[in-house]
Design a protein around this ligand. Structure first.
Ligand code: KG4
Ligand code: ZN
Length: 353
């Protein structure tokens, strides 16, 4: 069974063909990073227009690279939430047009479920990951930072355990990079500079130190403000060692906060397998420290390859394929939403303290 996946929730136009075992036949991603770079963040109106320009060629490339035609496809999975409304609509209209034209079943997928299941994708040279439900997942991206208990592939089997009360971790990377004049997106740039810096070289606050014991929530806005204050007092920085130390110190504090909560959650939930998901899971510091934590706690950490961590349509196809296989069809009934369907315990700015 072949599923065509389509993803346009933010600043990547993506289409992919995936089979029922999660084998990726094609995975095409057109990124808009250059388009938004001069603004230091995603501009929604520009994103929608660029999706419109690229969705047809990206879809065609996905079929061509898979060596398939539309008539070989058995169903369509498209991201319908959460994300930028105008951006989501482009992918959804494309997917619905194809579904009507080819009389194919279609399902709407929650982008976050896609990220959480991306660990089950495989490629011809990357065998399937042996992983059983339930597992704990840390989803860290530009728009989301949260911990989940994942019991199965359906959205109702996924429970949020705690999330960020303000900025997402990726957003913090991007904002700090902007403050330091480093460019966009900030995550990969800070990641690279941090490799040559000294963590602790710049004294920065550790997020949520005075938080209640056992909390599974995150906050990164205080750390970001601390960087802003330090830069005001010590900047502007040229491309010198202090800049590398700043990056290493900031990254260290983000990584330690993420991992301390993650392993606390795994212990609390009695789970031994931990999955990292989302764009920030590409961070080398996070990956290395996660494996060190796992060894210390006698747990297992699974991190998908970087291309499956950042936004893609293969994860969307996979997240929809088991629903299509059991006969689900939402043709004519897809609903777009800027919000996730996963239940939330932390609300930005107003969650439990
Ligand atoms: O998952 P993703 O591609 O898109 C969203 O759904 O948000 O994540 C993008 C985010 C950006 O904030 C980017 O700066 C961050 O992931 N990111 C990184 C790294 N690569 C991407 N953050 C830290 N280190 C990296 N190596
Ligand atoms: Zn994402």
């Amino acid at each position: 069974m072949l599923t065509l996946g389509i993803e346009t929730s933010c600043d990547e136009t993506a289409a992919a063909v995936v089979d029922e075992n999660g084998l990726v036949l094609s995975d095409v991603v057109h990124t808009q990073v250059q388009l938004h770079a001069r603004y230091g963040g995603v501009v929604p109106e520009l994103a929608s227009r660029d999706h419109l320009n690229n969705i047809v060629p990206v879809y065609r490339a996905a079929l061509e690279r898979a060596g398939k035609r539309l008539r070989d496809i058995d169903g369509i999975a498209v991201t319908c939430k959460p994300g930028l409304s105008g951006a989501l609509l482009v992918g959804m209209q494309m997917a619905q047009g194809l579904a009507w034209a080819a009389q194919l079943p279609i399902v709407g997928v929650d982008h976050l479920v896609g990220h959480l299941l991306a660990v089950f994708l495989r490629t011809p040279d990357q065998p399937a990951t042996e992983l059983e439900f339930p597992f704990l997942a840390l989803l860290v991206s530009g728009g989301h930072t949260a911990l989940y208990r994942v019991e199965g592939r359906d959205a109702v089997q996924i429970t949020e355990l705690g999330a960020t009360r303000d900025d997402a971790a990726g957003e913090a990377f991007d904002k700090v990079a902007k403050l330091a004049g480093l460019g966009y997106p900030g995550g990969p740039i800070i990641d690279r500079l941090a490799q040559e810096g000294q963590a602790g070289g710049v004294p920065l606050a550790m997020p949520m130190q005075r938080q209640r014991q056992g909390s599974l929530e995150f906050s990164f806005s205080g750390l970001k403000s601390d960087v802003a204050r330090w830069l005001e007092a010590n900047g502007p920085l040229s491309n010198d060692q202090r800049l590398r130390d700043l990056c290493a110190s900031f990254q260290h504090n983000v990584v330690e906060t993420l991992l301390s909560r993650t392993f606390r959650a795994a212990k609390k939930e009695g789970l031994r397998s931990i999955v990292l998901a989302g764009g920030v899971a590409a961070n080398r510091g996070l990956r290395a420290r996660a494996h060190a934590y796992a060894e210390r706690h006698g747990m297992r950490v699974v991190v998908p390859p970087a291309a499956h961590c950042t936004d893609n349509a293969a994860m969307i196809a996979l997240a929809g394929s088991h629903r299509l296989a059991r006969g689900e069809n939402q043709r004519g009934q897809l609903e777009m939403s800027p919000h996730t369907q996963l239940t939330r315990v932390t609300r930005k700015g107003a969650g439990p303290r």
